[in-house]
Each structure stands twice: as C-alpha cells, then as structure tokens.
Design a protein around this ligand. Structure first.
Ligand SMILES: Nc1nc2c(ncn2[C@@H]2O[C@H](COP(=O)(O)OP(=O)(O)O)[C@@H](O)[C@H]2O)c(=O)[nH]1
Ligand SMILES: [Mg+2]
Length: 406
C-alpha cells in the first residue's frame, strides 16, 4: 500500500473518532438545563410536594380564601414546552367570602370548656343517680362559678327539689334542666338591643359609661354599626377628652362603620362636647346619638360628678334624654365587674348593661349574676374585637349556647 493511502486512512479514522466523541458528549449534555432554577421548575411536577402538615386542623374560621399558589414560571432558556391549552385565568371570579358572624357559642367556648359547665359535666359524667354526694359536688362547681352565690344556691335548690331524672345517663338531663332554669332566671328582663321606637322625640340618646379598658369606645362604634344596619341615622360623641387617643380612636372607628363623630378639643369639658353633639343630632335629624365617656378610676369623685353633669346636660339639649345609660362591663373581671357596677349606679341611673369580652374568659356565668343580682337588662354582649362581634343579647340563645352538649 502506498504511504499516501495509509495517511488518508489514518486521517479518516481520526475524523471518525472525533465525530463519535462529539456525539457522546452531546448525548451526555442533553438532560442538563441552563440553570439549577430551571431544573427545579421542571422537576416540580414529578416530585410530589411535601403535604402540608395535617395537624393541627385549621380552625373553620371564616376568612379570606387562601391565596392560590402561583403557577411555576417557565424557566429562562428552557426548551419551550408545547403550548398548553390556554387557561382562562382572568375570567375566573375571585370570590372573597363574607365572613359569617361568629356564633355566640364561640364566644362562650372558654366558659364551657374551662368554667363551671366543664366542672358540672365532670361531676355527672357517666353517673345515673343524683345522690347527696353528687349534688354537693354540683353545688361546689356552681358556687365557684362567677354566677354569684345567690344564683348558685337557687340552682342547687331547684336541682335538689325539682329535678326528676327520667332514667339513663344523668349528665345531659341535668344540663337541660339547668338550661331551662337559667332561661327562667333571665326571661323576665327586657334583654337585647332596644328598638328605640318608643322614644317620643328624635334623637334617642344612649350614654355609655364604665371603667377604662372595659370596651366602651370600640363597642360604641359597634353599636352604631348595629343600629345603622337597622336603618337608623346614627351620630357619635367622643366624650373621652382626657386621653387624646380616646377621641382619635372613636373617630377612626366612626370612619370604619360610616357614622359621623363629634370630637372636641383635648381636655375640653366632655359635657360640652356631648352637648354640641346632641344639638347637632337634633338639628340634623339624627335618629340616635351614642355618647362615649371617659372611664378613669371609678372610685374617682370627679368622675361621678362629671357623669352626673353629662347626664344633666344631655337632658337640656334633648328633653327626656338620655333614654339609656348603658354600663359597659368587662366579663373577664367576673364578680369584680358586678362590684364596679355599684359605683356607677350611684352616680347615674344605669338602665342597661353591655358585657364585653365574653370570648376572653371562662367567667361567662357572670351574665347570670348581672341579670339576677342587678336586675338590669343585658343589651349587648361582646365576643371579639371585630365589628360584628357585638351581639344583641338573647337569653334563649345564651342559655342554649352555654349548656350546649359537647
Ligand atoms: N376580645 C375582646 N376584646 C374586646 C371586646 N370589646 C372590646 N375589646 C377590646 O378591649 C380593649 C379596650 O377597649 P376600649 O373600647 O378602648 O375600652 P374603653 O377604655 O372602655 O373605651 C380594646 O383592645 C378592644 O378591642 C370583646 O368583646 N372581646
Ligand atoms: Mg375609651
């Protein structure tokens, strides 16, 4: 063979080798994507995402719909996938559910689970007879509850003399019996939100009093919201002129619920601010004026005088007003709330009670003490901080929520 032929064969073989090597390298390279990010994007659909922790179960709290997970972005430089059928994403209507008002039972949860109801359930658990020992334990549970000594004694007496078990498990029957008794105790007072229809001259005026921090300012606005929903034209007076924040707080809440708020100067005489508000309410044909006041220390003599003065001045601006003096009590204070009430009742003629913060306490039994010992109607109960969390008090709803079987 000629030398030139050999050279040609060698060159040919070398070329062939180069082609094979290049092919092998390309085959190895193919699965690699331009960036690690892009690789993650591609792998996502095949690799099942870790399931969200099943425990704890999310509370069935009404709220905005969970944000939808954004679709993975196509990786930069990744090979174009065949165009998927266009999803009419923009046409989907975003439904934001309007949260349903919290049931009253939710606000009584702690009283049921940690308070006297839980203790009663324990006393009667699994039992079938109502002997003296069981009654004594039930008495103890009721006496340590915030329902007040007299009320507790009355319930135990009824249990002893009138309760006739019909056989079977006794616990649920005792709860039904006590529920009926509690309802009887509450029934004779005109609880609930006043319609104010019988007020001869507009505006009707509600004056709200109570110790600082009980919930006056926020609940004045929530009451305004409730009356507004009933079609009333409502105006508010920021009578807490001692704390600059007091008036600002009411003004912000007024904006939120869409009612005007009459605000005075810092440290202005609160009676003057409320008088101005009453005049405006009259001149501009408002249906209802709700006046917030300062709390400070309820033992403060000045406060008592001040409340008397406000009461008088309201009557001068609107004859016959105020039509309601609502005492705001804080349920978390239990029996102390009942004690506080006396001071205010000596200062002004309290005509109704609003009980805030039932949701934050196991002392929900205090409702019974207030109604029975004070003989005052409970107009509203607060079961949270949201605008819808102030409820007109309904005795039947309360009793059945309190004794609801678990
Ligand atoms: N959890 C709960 N908090 C409440 C309720 N009512 C009022 N509050 C809170 O109690 C605090 C004091 O309320 P505020 O209206 O300023 O009381 P004021 O000093 O009497 O005017 C605020 O943080 C309110 O949001 C209620 O029903 N439940
Ligand atoms: Mg206040």
């Amino acid at each position: 063979m000629e030398a030139s032929a050999i050279v040609l064969i060698v060159i040919g073989l070398a070329f062939l080798l180069l082609v094979v090597m290049a092919a092998v390298r390309m085959a190895k390279k193919r699965p690699t994507l331009p960036s690690p990010d892009a690789q993650r994007e591609i792998e996502r659909p095949t690799e099942p995402e870790p399931e969200p922790e099943p425990e704890p179960e999310p509370e069935p709290e009404p709220g905005p719909a969970p944000a939808r997970k954004p679709a993975p972005k196509p990786a930069k430089g990744a090979p174009e996938a065949p165009a998927p059928a266009p999803v009419p994403e923009e046409k989907k209507v975003l439904v934001v559910p309007v949260p349903a008002p919290k049931p009253l039972g939710a606000g009584l949860e702690r009283t049921r689970r940690e308070g006297f109801i839980a203790r009663l359930v324990d006393v009667f658990r699994g039992g079938a007879a109502l002997d003296d020992a069981v009654v004594a334990q039930a008495e103890e549970a009721l006496l340590t509850a915030d329902i007040g000594v007299k009320t507790a004694a009355a319930l135990v007496e009824a249990l002893r003399t009138e309760f006739r078990p019909a056989g079977g498990e006794i616990g649920p029957a005792v709860l039904r019996f006590l529920e009926a008794r509690v309802l009887e105790m509450l029934a004779h007072l005109p609880h609930g939100m006043q319609a104010l229809d019988d007020v001869p001259q507009r505006p009707a005026v509600i004056m709200v009093v109570g110790v600082n921090g009980t919930g006056k300012t926020t609940n004045v606005a929530k009451m305004a919201h409730l009356y507004k929903q009933k079609g009333r034209k409502v105006i508010l007076a920021a009578g807490d002129t001692y704390r600059a924040a007091g008036a600002d707080q009411l003004a912000i809440w007024g904006d939120r619920v869409g009612v005007p708020v009459v605000v005075g100067q810092p440290n202005q005489d609160p009676a003057a601010v409320i008088f101005d508000a009453a005049k405006r309410a009259k001149d501009e044909a408002f249906d209802l004026l709700i006046a917030d006041t300062a709390g400070r220390l309820h033992t403060n003599v000045n406060l008592v005088d001040e409340l008397k003065k406000i009461h008088r001045v309201i009557g001068k601006a609107v004859p016959g007003a105020p039509h309601e003096v609502l005492l705001m009590l804080d349920a978390t204070m239990g029996q102390n709330a009942v004690k506080q009430a006396d001071v205010f009742r000596q200062a002004v003629d309290v005509t109704g009670i609003a009980l805030a913060k039932l949701d934050g306490t196991a002392k929900g039994g205090v409702v019974l003490s207030i109604a029975r010992d004070m003989q005052l109607p409970i107009r509203f109960v607060g079961i949270g901080e949201a605008v819808d969390d102030l409820r007109p008090f309904d005795a039947r709803e309360f009793a059945s929520a309190l004794f609801a079987a678990e």
